[in-house]
Design a protein around this ligand. Structure first.
Ligand code: FES
Length: 560
């Protein structure tokens, strides 16, 4: 067999050829496993500290079956896992660490191909970044979305509905007992969140990129077809070795343009902007925020799944999943791109079986894509807004800023009954970006001030240099770059300044004379660094800004 990298480890005539064979046989393998069989790594982000990925050992067993049936040798190995609900200060702080773990585990070991098992938000981009850099044949098997929540006749989507119900609870419209009931039934199984949050977005985009078997991404975690597709993926990776079907042959610039187009049709998470830029960067492909905005303007949002729409991921799966979405926008896609099943993108298109979930283009949910990119004196290097999850009447807005210096101040402030804000205010939070927070956490969905909720106001314009969970909603401007902690213009905003948001014109402006902004920034002093040692220091020294994907500069080929 050609392209058998593992031969260098096991067929070496030196002592180490013998010892590697002998030591692997200590696991109970017979000698014939070294006779021409490819070694397939199963890169598993299983962890009990990551409920979304807690079933991945079962998925790995199905992959192993497939590898064995196809004549390969499966070897499962762990990497760190990033459980969105548990890790502090934020999983985003560790995405690059996981990507390095994945890359080096693949590169250092006798592997001919690798199957990547992922699910929760950052685990998919981290594995794809690592696999892109290692660049041996790779196939992704996500764990799939969890079952829909059920509560008193309502279907609940983890994340989105939890936040909505929490606002009812904190304003006394839900009892302690009701809130307790919600806790017990909103997340009914393992698997990632079941709305079009970051996890569903990134696993769907792995499929749009051509890195999963068609139809794989949206199968619910407990569905038997999840294991069946895992087995098929195990068989397929063995076939990918000989032709050398590596990530760099699949994840081309055109494939990333396909992924951005699908992102817009899905109404997917704003976090995908950061992750796709980082993933492409590993392959020397420079995606820019302009690429996203340009594609957004020509791609309608069709997928009617929360938080932009009404349904849940299970419904999207039954409606045909990613192949059906791609089929519906086939004329906007590069159909010639190669995918892991050896077919071209256009050959993997499917049919839509429910037009309410995947809308027809003449009945789009929104005429543009879910994400718009904003520029202006407040965000010279760009900011993003999920326009499909915003209030239409606030997409053009002029209001007076109320500034929170940091996350703690914001959390205390929104609970104040005397907070001097009204429905026209613009809430600004700084020191929440990659270096300032640190780690670029999902703090951007600033909770609605209690006082306004009592008045029946459910949305105001909110601006920060943070990210936002893909499950969130509201008129929320995110990823302001450069961030305030490095002296970006957000650091110059003062309470009472006027701010203009015009999403149609892609503008975010601070209505303060340039000379005053410059003077204020001249007085800026950088906040104290959060880390002086360890991984935190490495992160602060090397993380790039949001518009560049927040990868480490030294991991991006050609970065200057
Ligand atoms: Fe893992 Fe939502 S917490 S995907």
């Amino acid at each position: 067999m050609k392209n058998k990298r593992s031969s260098a480890w096991f067929q070496s005539p030196e002592y180490y050829g013998f010892s590697r064979r002998a030591w692997l046989r200590s696991e109970g393998f017979n000698r014939d496993i070294f006779e021409g069989k490819p070694v397939i790594g199963i890169c598993n982000s299983w962890s009990e500290l990551n409920n979304c990925n807690a079933h991945l050992r079962e998925v790995a067993a199905a992959v192993k079956r497939g590898v064995l049936v196809a004549g390969g040798v499966p070897l499962e190995f762990p990497t760190i896992s990033l459980g969105e609900m548990f890790m502090l200060p934020t999983t985003m702080m560790f995405r690059n660490l996981m990507a390095m773990d994945v890359e080096e585990s693949i590169r250092a070991n006798p592997l001919d191909g690798v199957v990547l098992l992922c699910g929760c938000d950052k685990t998919t981009p981290a594995q794809l970044m690592g696999a892109a850099s290692a660049n041996i044949p790779s196939i992704v098997v996500p764990g799939g979305p969890m079952l829909a929540g059920e509560w008193r006749g309502q279907r609940l989507g983890s994340g989105t509905d939890g936040k909505k119900l929490f606002d009812l609870f904190r304003t006394g419209r839900l009892t302690e007992e009701e809130w307790c009931e919600v806790e017990s039934c909103i997340a009914r199984s393992t698997g990632h969140c079941t709305v079009m949050g970051t996890a569903s977005t990134m696993t769907s985009l792995a499929e749009a990129l051509g890195m999963t078997l068609p139809g794989c991404a949206n199968i619910p975690a407990p569905d038997s077809r999840r294991l069946a597709v895992a087995e098929l993926s195990g068989r397929r990776i063995v076939e990918m070795i000989e032709p050398g079907l590596t990530p760099s042959r699949i994840m081309t610039r055109e494939a990333f343009e396909n992924a951005i187009t699908v992102l817009m049709a899905l109404g997917g998470s704003t976090n995908a902007v950061v992750h796709l830029i980082a993933m492409a960067g590993r392959l020397g492909i420079r995606l820019t925020l302009e690429d996203f905005d340009e594609i957004s303007r020509r791609t309608a949002c069709l997928v009617n799944v929360k938080p932009s729409g009404e349904y849940l991921m299970e419904d999207l799966f039954h409606a045909g999943g990613v192949p059906a979405v791609m089929g519906r926008i086939g004329d906007l896609l590069h159909r010639e791109c190669m995918t892991v099943n050896g077919k071209k993108v256009g050959e993997n298109f499917g049919a839509v079986s429910n037009d309410a979930v995947i809308r027809r283009r003449d009945q789009a949910l929104y005429n543009e894509g879910g994400i718009a990119v904003l520029y202006g004196n407040l965000a010279p290097d760009g900011a993003v807004i999920k326009q499909t999850a915003a209030s239409p009447e606030l997409l053009t807005h002029r209001g007076s800023a109320f500034v929170f210096e940091n996350h703690e101040e914001m959390l205390a402030g929104v609970e104040r009954e005397d907070l001097p804000v009204d429905r026209n205010s613009v809430l600004v939070m700084r020191n929440a970006g990659p270096k300032g927070a640190p780690g670029f956490p999902e703090w951007g969905h600033i909770p609605m001030p209690r006082k306004l909720l009592r008045e029946g106001v459910t949305d105001v314009v909110r601006i920060s240099d943070a990210r936002m969970s893909g499950t969130s909603y509201g008129t929320v401007v995110l990823h302001v770059a450069p961030e305030s902690a490095v002296g970006g213009p957000l650091a110059a905003v003062r309470t009472g300044d006027e701010i203009v948001l015009d999403v149609g014109a892609r503008k975010i402006e601070l209505v303060v004379p340039a000379v005053d902004i410059e003077r204020r920034l001249g007085e800026f002093t950088a906040p104290k660094r959060h880390y002086e040692r360890g991984y935190g220091r490495l992160f602060l020294d090397h993380v790039t800004q949001a518009n560049l994907g927040c990868d480490f500069d030294f991991l991006i080929p050609g970065y200057e």
